[in-house]
Design a binder for this molecule. Structure first.
Ligand SMILES: Cc1cc2nc3c(=O)[nH]c(=O)nc-3n(C[C@H](O)[C@H](O)[C@H](O)COP(=O)(O)O)c2cc1C
Length: 197
């Protein structure tokens, strides 16, 4: 094994657009340091540099949105990660819709969007960890089957670092909390005690 400098090594990272209102106008930034961090209530944690314009809105409103773009939006997504609302107006890039949470502008062009209520902000170093409760999720009609998101209908944008590169999702591998039961059986047990979380 070769020793490497420490860095963000868990890949791929999901690419999202984080949205917040600033002075009554929506602003969106690209983010990769985003993870689901609690099951119930559903929470998300985002490592964001507090100097970004979007963070001004997050702190002021105690709310923000997370929008999941598909690969076809890669150019405008990359632009949102290059241009700052400190210098450029990004309010007209997307068709914006709103839910119940003030200060959480969402993007019609994205397959999935969530309204997030800020519950904490912890400075870590360069970035601050913004932790939020997911108040509501909105999905495009055509991506929902039987009230569940059909992931085969969404092509999320993935990111690797330090190349840095965008990728699309590969193929289906198997059913979670299920495929391991065969392994369990091979070890001489029947996997009957296996549970989902
Ligand atoms: C692929 C990509 C991923 C990024 N991920 C993050 C991230 O996770 N956290 C962060 O603070 N900035 C991240 N950025 C940088 C911000 O998106 C960028 O600085 C943006 O211009 C900030 O916009 P704002 O000042 O309008 O908020 C990323 C940029 C790109 C291109």
């Amino acid at each position: 094994m070769k020793r490497l400098e420490p860095g963000p090594f868990i890949v791929p990272m999901p690419i999202v657009l984080v949205g917040a209102d600033i002075d009554g106008r929506p602003n969106f930034m690209t983010a990769a340091f985003v993870a689901i961090s609690n099951y119930e209530p559903p929470m998300v944690a985002c490592g964001l540099n507090p100097a970004h314009r979007t963070c001004d809105g997050i702190v002021a409103n105690k709310a923000f949105s997370i929008c999941v773009p598909s690969v076809d939006l890669v150019e405008v997504v990359d632009y949102c990660g290059i241009a700052s609302g400190h210098k450029e107006d990004k309010s007209g890039l997307f068709r914006v819709f709103r839910g119940d949470l003030p200060g959480a502008p969402m993007i019609e062009e994205c397959a999935l969007c969530a309204e997030c209520r800020l519950v904490g902000a912890t400075p870590l170093g360069v970035d601050t960890l913004f932790v939020a409760e997911i108040a509501c999720v909105h999905a495009k009609d055509e991506c929902v089957v039987n009230d569940r998101v059909d992931w085969s209908k969404i092509s999320p944008l993935l990111f690797t670092f330090p190349d840095p590169s965008y990728w699309r999702l590969g193929g289906y591998v198997g059913k979670a909390w299920h495929i391991g039961k065969t392994y369990h059986a091979k070890k001489g047990t029947d996997g009957a005690g296996a549970t989902t979380r």
